[in-house]
Ligand binder design. Structure first.
Ligand SMILES: Nc1nc2c(ncn2[C@@H]2O[C@H](COP(=O)(O)OP(=O)(O)O)[C@@H](O)[C@H]2O)c(=O)[nH]1
Ligand SMILES: [Mg+2]
Length: 333
């Protein structure tokens, strides 16, 4: 999560995780094809050749105004193949929410559980857990015949009581319900974080609130003295590639435009199950929090920032509701 108070901007990072060929890239293609062009940047895939994602996909999404803050989501996929774990770890850095795209097909249970275990291990390296990070499981490929029942998948994969959504990314069913569910959870998490830890701790410690905020005086002016973490493309044009993309490009791999996404829809009904409330927000010492904590001081001074923080806190409760009924509803259909 990166908050830029000077620009009144919130950047959230969402990662689509799962085994190879479960449908992660197809999810982003559907979102890219259905979101209005004004709200989305280009879908960029870093791939060597052929149709499989060897590295990852990236799609910036602009959700508009939520509680007075311009809200942007950066969607990433990870490569599912076992041997690309270093890329998966890199992509998870500073993550605010995870969609696990499970392959519902019979015979894929082991790949799903292995990938889920790998997700837990990689998150643990950043001090994150599935219980304290917004997390949704998508049971994909429900249009196929030889698939596990939802109960079977729940038993094998959903040990943390996460919300689950049935989907057929190929036809688009369930793709937006998945994103909406996770986006709501990410925003609620933001509210919790803002209202509990950041503000109170800083006020009690009599630290300037703005010290924890990566703020810039203007869009292009005042380039940060400390470079952003590679995976945090805040403050850039929506279509611009994040540093993590450039890194791979620099290492000789070319980004390619994705193929045209699938069209049409079938009769598969998406199912969203609510998550049982877990006790706490994300750990304060997460890499994302450190990202923010290491940010530079804003030129505008801490008073203005404090005002904005408090406004955000006051509006916090309304943000999630606003999300469902307003901006997100309109944008995501
Ligand atoms: N039948 C069916 N095929 C799907 C579905 N989602 C993805 N696919 C196909 O599965 C293959 C792998 O999908 P892709 O999105 O590239 O998987 P990724 O490796 O997780 O990114 C492609 O041929 C997709 O068209 C789905 O819901 N149903
Ligand atoms: Mg892929």
């Amino acid at each position: 999560m990166q908050i830029n108070f000077a620009l009144k901007e919130v950047n959230c990072k969402i990662v689509y995780y799962g085994p190879g060929l479960s449908g992660k890239t197809t999810n982003l293609e559907v979102i890219h094809s259905k979101a209005p062009t004004t709200n989305r940047g280009e879908l960029t895939s870093i791939a060597t050749e052929g149709d499989r994602t060897l590295f990852f996909d990236f799609l910036p999404l602009n959700l508009g105004n939520v509680a007075g803050m311009k809200t942007k989501f950066q969607l990433y996929t990870v490569p599912g193949q076992v041997f690309y774990n270093s890329t998966r770890k890199l992509v998870l850095q500073g993550v605010d929410g995870v969609v696990f795209v499970a392959d519902s097909r019979r015979g894929k249970l082991e790949e799903n559980t292995e990938s889920l275990e790998n997700l837990k291990e990689n998150m643990a390296e950043y001090g994150l857990t599935l219980q304290t990070t917004p997390f949704v499981i998508q049971y994909n490929k429900r249009d196929l015949e030889d698939i596990h029942t939802v109960e079977e998948l729940d038993r094998a994969l959903n040990t943390v009581n996460a919300p689950t959504v049935e989907a057929s990314a190929l036809t688009g069913e369930g793709v937006f319900p998945t994103l909406k569910k996770l986006a709501g959870m990410v925003l609620e998490n933001l509210n919790r974080q803002q209202s509990s830890s950041v503000v109170r701790r800083r006020m009690l410690a009599k630290e300037p609130v703005a010290a924890g905020v990566k703020a810039r005086a203007g869009e292009a002016a005042a380039a940060p003295s400390t470079p952003s973490a590679p995976s945090r493309p805040a403050g850039r044009a929506a279509s611009e590639q994040p540093a993590v993309v450039k890194e791979h490009v620099a290492s000789g791999v070319k980004p390619v435009e994705r193929r045209v996404p699938p069209k049409g829809a079938s009769g598969v009904k998406p199912r969203v199950t609510p998550r049982r409330e877990n006790a706490s927000g994300r750990p304060a010492a997460s890499p994302a929090a450190r990202d923010v904590a290491q940010g530079e001081r804003p030129a505008a001074g801490s008073r203005a920032a404090l005002y904005i923080v408090l406004t955000l806190v006051v509006l916090g409760g309304a943000a999630a509701a606003l999300y469902y009924t307003g901006v997100l509803g309109k944008l995501l259909g």
